[in-house]
Design a binder for this molecule. Sequence first.
Ligand code: 6PG
Length: 247
Amino acid sequence: MSVRSFPDLSRLSRAAADFFIKSAREAIADRGEFKVALAGGNTPKALYSLLTSEPFVEYVEWPKVKFFFGDERFISPSDEQSNEHTARSYLLTPLKINESQIFSMVSDADMSSTPAAAANRYEHVFKEQLKGEELDLVLLGMGDDGHTASLFPGIAELQERAKDVVATISPKGVRDRVTLTIPPLTQAQCTLFLVGGADKAVKLRECLTAPMSEKPPAGVVAALAKRAVWYVDDAASDLVQDLCERG
Ligand code: 6PG
């Protein structure tokens, strides 16, 4: 596991763009495609915008990228609170990504069923697309309670190891969620956390220093991940400066 701290979100996002591009180029060279799960929330917006701008946009063969989602709110993708809405606005639409490359976790059609049914549908799509392989890159954020994706502290779904996708309940904001579980989040070639802001400092310290039994969900995912990388800003890493490389 590595933790790199950057002076601010802008420089964190530029480094994350370089990391994304390197991961994509390596996967496409080795396996002919790049399978990435996008993070929700606000932190990755700057990264997504950078990837659509010069010179970054030229460095990836975008038609060879498959876009999945780490989690989603159980709302229409047309709702501004939807993680897919954010990804389309900041990344997928500006890049003119073909619909065949985008794997919605919650679609408008899902809205007539239940979060559990949406999770079951995505489980099949996810397995069908990955064909037994793992994701190449998982992008994740972390909430100020230490949640990641839609795996919230204390929920039973943190123990799920058979299913790749489950429905969960959020204690804040949009209640009903669909999320990847710990196995796909940790078995990816790389799990990259993007965390900024002083409000994350206490939980980041717990993620990095608490015993496993006391780690918040983001810390558990990082500890179990095949390869976990944290890109944080100096405000978030204020309590763990001794554990960080300088960005
Ligand atoms: C979500 C995200 C969630 C997010 C964290 C951090 O659906 O809300 O998947 O896990 O990454 O809440 O959000 P910010 O980046 O906005 O702080």
